[in-house]
Write a protein that binds this ligand. Structure first.
Ligand SMILES: Cc1cc2nc3c(=O)[nH]c(=O)nc-3n(C[C@H](O)[C@H](O)[C@H](O)COP(=O)(O)OP(=O)(O)OC[C@H]3O[C@@H](n4cnc5c(N)ncnc54)[C@H](O)[C@@H]3O)c2cc1C
Length: 506
């Protein structure tokens, strides 16, 4: 299934969900384990619980499995066979040390170390479920830890992993209920003993279970939760995909008294407006290290930050009104058309992709008066169209171009030979915004993925996995350890499923 098809199905699901029938029924079911959410975390949990002999019901809000995992491409891991065959000698110790430093010792260090240590086994377990990998790097600023998922029939990357796990779950007898979101937990005193769910016809389900695993993929599509829990202005950051993930699992855990930590967003650059396609040519330009200025026309950062998409996103978000102008000229347009992009958008828009439609998209967006793109014949005109001070922008562009000529950038200390000059032909300024792939942070768990309360005691019968869990990150996401969240989703899902199955046999 491709991304466009998934988004179409999503819109249909929303239409259906408001037309509940008047003949809704109340239904009761009973099982060993209920898993909430059929993304990579939930599917891993369902499969591992079923391997342990548990009866499993897997609830999915949407009409298809996979959530954000459908769009993701690769998993972090070290010491894998794929790395051995490419003579990659990165060790767990080096990776753990880098992780702690990267996250400023603000993350759950033991959870991070466990994730790194168990990454080797998780790749092997996924291979046993029919998933295939190749290790690749996306940018010169990251370690070779990204295990890119290989196609499975016509399913690509994350969708291929989802397809393999869904097939295994079905083979093992897991009952998957689509368009049936979990709504609330059922308690017996302080113990969790099941969930209530409602399907698209409006049928109410009361499902008794010995264990519940929450794997609803975080809260990227809940503006309210972004507002309430993160430091970001929810009106100035944009979710990459509209996938209806509204923090349901996290909110259910909080209702059970769960503790929480690590709230944030996995930022990256992007742009939008009439005539601009998501992941299209102008969107791809926002990931290139062209000149960046703030709304006033001043330089703000060594633009090479964008080689790490999170660093780029962070630098953009902290500017006044949370945007930068990406400024480039006709020579750059020609380079991007003929030689292609230097910084890939994962493998969705890989390095070297020739932006043949860039000029056409600029023309379309301009003809639709899209304020995100302005075109001019001089720096003064560009500044005027950007709403910046022409003298200031002129001085910025002169300093930037001069830095290349003299081999020294005294403003941001960007390596001068990497500077992409702005001086040939028409000039362009593209408003570049902070987008986010997924939310970070959520409920606290033990190392066995039992949800814990504010006294660090496990809440009986309740487990969590994947992007519903907080604590793996400090103040940002690491692209040096590329693919960490996807790895964590599969790994925590597998472990939570095993724990949930063991609990159901008590
Ligand atoms: C474009 C894109 C590219 C990405 N690339 C990468 C990458 O290469 N590497 C990486 O590490 N990470 C990447 N990510 C992040 C990645 O998607 C997450 O790491 C991972 O998919 C999280 O898995 P999950 O199972 O926790 O959540 P999801 O895969 O989103 O699954 C959650 C599921 O729960 C369902 N759900 C929600 N609420 C309910 C409810 N109430 N009841 C029942 N079901 C519910 C959702 O519909 C969804 O199917 C990317 C994200 C995007 C958007």
């Amino acid at each position: 299934m491709n991304a466009v098809k998934i988004v179409r199905l999503m819109v249909c699901a929303m239409v259906v969900s408001v037309s509940c029938s008047a003949y809704a029924k109340d239904r009761e079911m009973s099982t060993d384990v209920v898993v909430v959410g059929a993304g990579s975390a939930g599917l891993s949990a369902a499969v591992s619980a079923a391997y342990k002999g548990a009866k499993v019901i897997l609830l999915e809000k949407m009409p298809f499995a996979g959530g954000s995992s459908n769009f993701a491409e690769g998993l972090f891991a070290v010491n894998t066979n794929q790395q051995r065959l490419k003579a990659i000698g990165l060790t767990k110790e080096q990776t753990v040390e880098k992780n702690f430093e990267y996250h400023h010792y603000r993350n759950n260090a033991v959870l991070a170390a466990q994730t790194i240590t168990n990454s080797t086994g998780t790749i092997e377990w996924l291979e046993q479920q029919g998933v295939r990998f190749e290790v690749v790097t996306m940018s010169p600023t990251e370690a070779p830890t990204w295990h890119l998922i290989q196609d499975r029939g016509n399913a690509h990357h994350g969708a291929a992993l989802v397809q393999a796990l869904q097939a295994k779950a079905t083979e093992l007898g897991v009952k998957i209920m689509f368009e049936t979101p979990a709504k609330e937990l059922i308690f017996d005193g302080s113990k969790v003993v099941g969930v209530k769910a409602v399907n698209s016809k409006g049928d109410n389900y009361k499902i008794s279970a010995k264990s519940v695993v929450l794997a609803s993929g975080g809260f990227p599509n809940s503006k309210e939760m972004v507002k309430k829990w993160t430091r970001f202005d929810a009106d100035k950051v944009f979710p990459t995909v509209p996938i209806n993930k509204t923090g349901d699992g996290i909110n259910m855990a909080l209702s059970a008294g769960a503790d929480h930590e690590g709230w944030g967003l996995m930022l990256h650059p992007g742009t939008h407006g009439p005539g601009i396609k998501p992941l299209g040519p102008l969107y791809a330009v926002t990931w290139q290290p062209t000149l960046w200025t703030n709304k006033y026309g001043e330089r703000v950062v060594d633009e090479n930050a964008v080689w790490s998409f999170t660093f780029g996103g962070n630098a953009i978000e902290r500017q006044r009104d949370s945007f930068v102008w990406s400024i480039f000229d006709d020579a750059t347009v020609r380079y991007l058309e003929e030689k292609g992009i230097d910084n890939g958008l994962g493998v969705l828009v890989p390095i070297g992709t020739k932006l043949k439609d860039l000029r056409a998209e600029i023309a379309t967006a301009s003809s639709q008066s899209n304020p995100s793109i302005v075109v001019a014949d001089s720096v003064e005109e560009l500044a005027q169209k950007m709403g910046a001070d022409p003298d200031k922008l002129k001085s910025t562009v002169n300093q930037y171009n001069h830095a290349k000529e003299i081999g020294h950038d005294a403003v941001t200390y960007r390596k001068a030979d990497t500077i992409i000059p702005v001086k040939t032909g028409k000039l362009y300024a593209l408003k570049t915004f902070p987008y986010y792939f997924v939310s970070l942070g959520g409920v606290k768990t033990s190392l066995n993925f039992e949800v814990i309360d504010k006294n660090d005691r496990p809440i009986s019968g309740l487990y969590a996995a994947g992007a519903d869990i907080g604590g793996l990150y400090g103040d940002t996401y690491s692209t040096w350890h590329s693919g960490m969240l996807f790895q964590f989703s599969c790994q925590s899902g597998k472990a939570a499923g095993e724990m949930a199955a063991a609990n159901s046999k008590k």
